[in-house]
Design a protein around this ligand. Structure first.
Ligand code: NAP
Length: 266
């Protein structure tokens, strides 16, 4: 018999405690940080889950699985089969599908769910943002003749393929698929520079007139926004998809406190 609250299994009447099983939906710096802090905690059995889209993901120090679950049904099945006690959804703010699936699967299986989502960036003095509700709108607002820097990864650059009147500099970590439709311009295979000076140098070298970014928040992608401000460049800032509700924390520390709450007796 399994007791939800204490994590105790009664085998032939003898209580045997098993670690609290946590599924960490990953793909972000926050997920990596959280995994690092949870690794080795004997009270927990943590499995991190990656979509499998990055060829050489950074190791997280906990058991890691890769690839989709097969929608809500597949994830609900995984949660039941693996006796998962709680899901921490630390996926990217723009990864709306997996978050919606995770909420639904947790509700269906009565597994606890927590969303960890970093706060969005806010425009400050000197920023020139054109905020748009989705990448399709970003495609439309770029003026003819622009030289646009796409700092949006590789998966969605094809959306800009119809804009033959704009030149694009597309930065991505892994190359696009061989058959991907690409907009005119060039690909820069690199991780983002950590400092604004490095990003400004890149923007200057390519004579960029517009930066296109998703409002991901966090430190990792911020340097390109700071660089755009320093150079007086407009940023076409794609707003986040709406958060579908459920318990939400915005920092790794707050997620740790919630997990401690789950582990507390009683
Ligand atoms: P998405 O549209 O929300 O998800 C597409 C499908 O990929 C999901 O339905 C799910 O497949 C699978 N999937 C996504 N995240 C998964 C995970 N952590 N573990 C297992 N399966 C996962 O997501 P996306 O925008 O393509 O992003 C994919 C991954 O890249 C996410 O994990 C996200 O954290 C990371 N990422 C995304 C962005 C971005 O801008 N979107 C940026 C940086 C990192 P099934 O339905 O088959 O389960």
């Amino acid at each position: 018999m399994w007791s939800w609250w204490t994590g105790t299994v009664l085998l032939s009447g003898v209580p045997v405690t098993r670690p609290f099983s946590l599924l960490l939906l990953a793909g972000t710096a926050e997920a990596r940080d959280l995994a690092g802090l949870l690794a080795g905690d004997p009270r927990l059995s943590v499995t991190a889950s990656l979509a499998g889209v990055t060829s050489a993901p950074t190791p997280m120090g906990v058991a890691t699985r890769s690839g989709g679950f097969g929608g809500v049904e597949g994830l609900a099945d995984y949660l039941s089969r693996s006796a998962v006690d709680a899901v921490v959804d630390a996926t990217h703010p723009f990864a709306a599908r997996i978050s919606a699936n995770a909420r639904a699967a947790c509700a269906h299986t009565r597994v606890r769910y927590l969303r960890l989502e970093r706060p969005p960036w806010q425009a400050g003095p000197g920023d020139d943002w054109r905020e748009v509700a989705g990448l399709a709108r970003a495609v439309e607002v770029l003026p003819p003749g622009a030289v646009a820097f796409l700092g949006i990864g590789r998966q969605e650059v094809g959306l800009f393929a119809g804009r033959r009147d704009v030149r694009f500099v597309m930065r991505m970590i892994d190359p696009p698929a061989a058959d991907a439709a690409l907009p005119p311009g060039e690909i820069v295979l690199a991780r983002p520079n950590e400092d604004a000076r490095g990003e400004a140098e890149l923007l200057r070298r390519h004579a960029i007139t517009h930066v296109v970014a998703k409002n991901s928040g966090g430190a990792a992608g911020r340097a390109k926004i700071d660089a755009a401000r320093a150079l007086g460049l407009p940023v076409v800032m794609v707003e986040r998809p709406p958060c579908a509700g459920g318990p939400l924390v915005t920092s790794v520390e707050a997620a740790l406190r919630s997990i401690e709450g789950w582990l507390a007796p009683g």
